[in-house]
Design a protein around this ligand. Structure first.
Ligand code: UDP
Ligand code: MG
Length: 312
């Protein structure tokens, strides 16, 4: 019987130092016979790196013809990288991994055994701690996951990584979601399928540095919410409703007060406060609306998710 093929998809952005270490780690694992049930295929995606990542790809693919790569014309973001990698993958199983060895390759054999058992279509991983990360970032991350699960129907697990192995069925499902604003964590949760969760402790990256600033993560979180939930829009309506009710009560109070006590002209400061509050809420709601409109606008343009400069 033919061996199944496992494709390892690796989105890379400025990873010239970590990439050779990553590749070696996988090869070591293979030499130890831990990946025996499958043949390997590598799909590296260069997300418009400014360093020699592409050069490393070329070298690796020259000496190992199981190495394929795609190089983007510019930085399109990790989500686009994952999409391109999945599109190019030919394996029966596919696993997505970071190049910095923060997704421990040692877990591959276990993931493989769950997939091979045929009981699960997908084996996903989550970090149980956030060691080595600024506490304020962890706090925001935890709050984000809590909120996200409340307001969306994509089941998003706290600490979930993009590190997951899946069958072709799941890959096709993910590829069938053609949206431009791609929030992978949401997409993986949204497609469903029977999933096994494995846990591991946070590992720090081997070389290079993280590409995520706090601000970038914040934008990412907002994108995620807009992509998978319309609850903010409902909240805007509820805000409006509450303001109307409050105004109604005020009107009654003022009419009654005027009838009983006459009409002393005062209340200028309170008027200013009310105007500021209400216009603030209006702007906020318009902002929320605009956010959705902007996303809808981008989707209708139907632009390619990435542009390829070189591939093999
Ligand atoms: N990455 C990418 N495009 C980007 C940013 C990151 O392809 O615009 C890749 C990066 O090379 C790495 C993975 O995504 O393989 C995770 O990035 P990083 O390690 O910086 O994120 P962290 O682990 O700190 O969340
Ligand atoms: Mg990392």
């Amino acid at each position: 019987m033919d061996k199944k093929i496992l494709t390892i998809v690796v989105p890379c952005y400025n990873e010239q130092e970590s990439l050779p270490l990553f590749y070696q780690a996988i090869i070591d694992l293979e030499k130890e016979g831990k990946l025996n049930p499958v043949d390997l295929e590598f799909v590296f995606v260069d997300d418009g790196s400014r360093d020699n990542t592409l050069g490393v790809f070329r070298e690796l693919s020259a000496k190992d013809d199981r190495v394929h790569y795609v190089s983007f014309s510019r930085n399109f973001g990790k989500e686009a990288g994952i999409y391109a990698g999945l599109e190019k993958s030919k394996g029966d199983y596919v696993v997505i991994m970071d190049a910095d060895l923060q997704d421990p390759p040692a877990m591959l054999p276990e993931m493989l055994s769950y997939i091979e058992s045929g009981e699960y279509e997908c084996v996903a991983t989550r970090r149980v701690d956030r060691k080595g990360e600024p506490p304020i970032r962890s706090w925001f991350a935890r709050k984000f996951y809590r909120l996200m699960n409340k307001i969306s129907n994509a089941d998003i697990v706290d600490g979930a990584r993009d590190y997951q192995m899946m069958t072709r069925k799941v890959v096709d499902a993910i590829l069938s979601m053609k949206e431009y604003n791609r929030f992978s964590k949401g997409i993986f949760g949204w497609v469903g399928f029977k999933r096994k969760w494995l846990e591991f402790e946070n590992v720090e990256r081997v070389a290079g540095e993280t590409k995520w600033s706090f601000w970038k993560l914040f934008i990412y979180a907002i994108d995620g919410i807009v992509a998978f939930s319309t609850t903010p829009l409902i909240m805007a309506s509820i805000f409006g409703l509450i303001m109307c009710l409050v105004a109604f009560v005020f009107i009654i109070v003022i009419i009654v007060r005027t009838l009983i006590f006459g009409d002393p002209t005062s209340g200028w400061p309170s008027m200013v406060c009310i105007i500021l509050l209400v216009s603030g809420i209006q702007l906020l709601c318009m902002g929320i609306l605009g956010e959705y409109l902007a996303k809808a606008y981008l989707e209708t343009k139907n632009r390619p998710k990435y542009l390829v400069q070189e591939e093999r």
